[in-house]
Design a binder for this molecule. Sequence first.
Ligand SMILES: *[C@@H]1O[C@H](CO)[C@@H](O)[C@H](O)[C@H]1NC(C)=O
Ligand SMILES: *[C@@H]1O[C@H](CO)[C@@H](O)[C@H](O)[C@H]1NC(C)=O
Ligand SMILES: *[C@@H]1O[C@H](CO)[C@@H](O)[C@H](O)[C@H]1NC(C)=O
Ligand SMILES: *[C@@H]1O[C@H](CO)[C@@H](O)[C@H](O)[C@H]1NC(C)=O
Ligand SMILES: *[C@@H]1O[C@H](CO)[C@@H](O)[C@H](O)[C@H]1NC(C)=O
Ligand SMILES: *[C@@H]1O[C@H](CO)[C@@H](O)[C@H](O)[C@H]1NC(C)=O
Length: 498
Amino acid sequence: MGGSLAGLPAPVVVVVVVVLLLLLPPPLCSSSRSLSASEFSRADFPPDFVFGAGTSAYQVEGAVNEDGKGPSIWDTFTHAGKVIDGSTADVTADGYHHYKGDVKLMSEIGLEGYRFSISWSRLLPSGRGVVNTKGVEYYNNLINELVNHGIQPHVTIYHLDLPQALEDEYQGWLSPKIVDDFVAYADLCFREFGDRVSYWTTINEANILAIGAYDNGVLAPGRCSYPFGIFNCTAGNSTVEPYIAEHNVLLAHAAAAELYRTKYQAIQKGSIGINVYTFGFYSRTNTTADLEATRRAIDFWVGWVLDPLVFGDYPKSMKKMVGSKIPSITDSQSKQLKGSIDFIAINYYASLYVSNDPAPKRGLEDFNGDFIPSVIPIDPIGLESCLLYLKDTYGNLPVYIHENGIPTGYNVTLDDTVRINATKSYIGGILSAIRRGANTRGYFIWSLLDVFELLTGYQTRFGLYFVDFEDKNRTRKPKLSALWYRDFLMKTNELKAI
Ligand SMILES: *[C@@H]1O[C@H](CO)[C@@H](O)[C@H](O)[C@H]1NC(C)=O
Ligand SMILES: *[C@@H]1O[C@H](CO)[C@@H](O)[C@H](O)[C@H]1NC(C)=O
Ligand SMILES: *[C@@H]1O[C@H](CO)[C@@H](O)[C@H](O)[C@H]1NC(C)=O
Ligand SMILES: *[C@@H]1O[C@H](CO)[C@@H](O)[C@H](O)[C@H]1NC(C)=O
Ligand SMILES: *[C@@H]1O[C@H](CO)[C@@H](O)[C@H](O)[C@H]1NC(C)=O
Ligand SMILES: *[C@@H]1O[C@H](CO)[C@@H](O)[C@H](O)[C@H]1NC(C)=O
């Protein structure tokens, strides 16, 4: 990992290392209070709980110019050399051509669900208007293959890969024009695939979308302003754009959810939710200042997305601190936002210690305004506490863990015992949360295969299956973790049969 950062100036390395800490293989949390693996099996979970794995369109598909796909902002971003290892996902795991074999691999390890996303610019190359029938055909084939193997499709409509045409036309998420285009795209997805898809997530990592793309600039389109960006951006405004983008994200979600509910839900009988990136949050000390900073951190990370969708407005602490930079939610917007999720989906990789920033840059705050986070990787108790927090705060809506995973280095091939150990402890944390009343309904490991990673390119691997990126065939091989997951899932099937 260290080697991959050589060549960047020291201050950049420091900041990048902080971001990448989220992705480093950490020491295992030996003091875990959650259940140890020998204390549970698949059979301890409700039968309708879903265990799966996931990918996203840009990260797994490749075939970026094939069969009529239009460019997305990630094609532009990677081709401008913005990812640490200079890589792109032009081919990546070549999932577009391997979908049949990949569904077979899922089936071989007994996956119950597959979480993937649809590429907007594969369906609508210009973002709106003419539909690319080859794109529709590809997702129909993939969904049919899954259904034929008894694997539930859990579909994310938008996973960070906006059609470049909409970025060029009106700056994408910064414009309220995005709402109508997103709804039309979602309508197309519900219409074409909704007869077989029961789990729809509108937006992946609704909060990271705004922070990564408009505050620190690490995600496409990479906008930020000095001194907040990790790289110096050529355009952007870190102190205001994240709030504007998030506002449009939430309105787009709510409008798509309303459409689904009025036009499709009664017939298709599915559910619709949103995905938020979350941590377990710990106060660094028990001083009032740190406890309040922790409260604010939770509001800024989680409440920013979920409060409007459950209660109809942004958290009070955010409105107070961000002032006029956060757009106001009007009464009619509030009505549409409130109650617009059937479930909450989270991506969880780490916990944070939070302390108060005694010297906030008043007037020049970005999203991280006045709390100082530090990362604790692999923390099953943090995941458990997060699930309990969602239960207590948002009326115990169903929760799916859409992503949770462990990075290993590029040269770690099939022996990923570290992944097995961590996954076991996370699953123990989830079971413990369920036993304490959390309405947790599913767990998807990130990722099914090694894929292009948005922050690290090919430097890190998260897959249950190894992908040989140096082989033109992109050959897949099961890692030890895939075999472990198979045993965990299959044992239950035997139990069920008895
Ligand atoms: C970013 O800009 C600042 C101020 O102009 C400069 O000091 C710094 O070296 C630049 N960093 C990079 C990575 O270019
Ligand atoms: C960002 O926008 C705010 C509000 O319009 C403005 O006061 C500030 O100067 C802008 N910052 C940059 C870096 O353009
Ligand atoms: C804060 O207080 C709680 C409850 O008394 C305790 O469990 C926790 O360990 C304390 N945290 C710190 C960082 O001292
Ligand atoms: C992987 O191993 C090769 C051969 O030992 C080495 O040259 C390369 O730098 C390693 N790559 C990474 C990303 O660690
Ligand atoms: C995985 O867990 C086992 C059993 O607790 C332990 O012996 C082993 O050292 C761990 N391996 C890694 C790579 O963490
Ligand atoms: C790649 O696939 C071709 C055609 O199926 C096959 O002939 C070749 O041996 C494969 N190469 C590797 C490295 O597996």
